[in-house]
Design a protein around this ligand. Sequence first.
Ligand code: FES
Length: 152
Amino acid sequence: MHQGLTIGELANRSGLAVSAIRFYETHGIVRPLRNQGGHRRYGRSDLRRLSFALIAQRLGFPLAEIAGHLATLPADRAPDRQDWERIATGFRNRIAERIAALQALSDKLDGCIGCGCLSLDKCSLYNPEDWAARKGQGPRYLMGDRPEGTDG
Ligand code: FES
């Protein structure tokens, strides 16, 4: 029988509201088991999973990607140190990619501060690598499409 934590206990331990934990559960961040009475019970690894998600969100990563990292943890046993180290390594690489992308944007910002055109077609800061063209013909952002990375 799985003892585990109730959702209220997990809320107390994590500092999150019960509703927030349910939200994270909906997105696959925590994965409670059921006790004999059919009630959700959370493991210690769920606390770690929540911590990981909160940190990753603060770094600006979308929940779907965070859930993707967590989905690589074993489902049939509690994750061990090696499992978490594997996740950390993969995530560290993603952070390095993000830092490089932000540095590239920062470098372009210098030129754009002097320019100020914010051209939908030409500004590499507003429309890097002409992402808007991938959405179709015409002034895509004016037609309601959102720039990459701003869809939520
Ligand atoms: S503001 Fe003119 S190119 Fe970015």
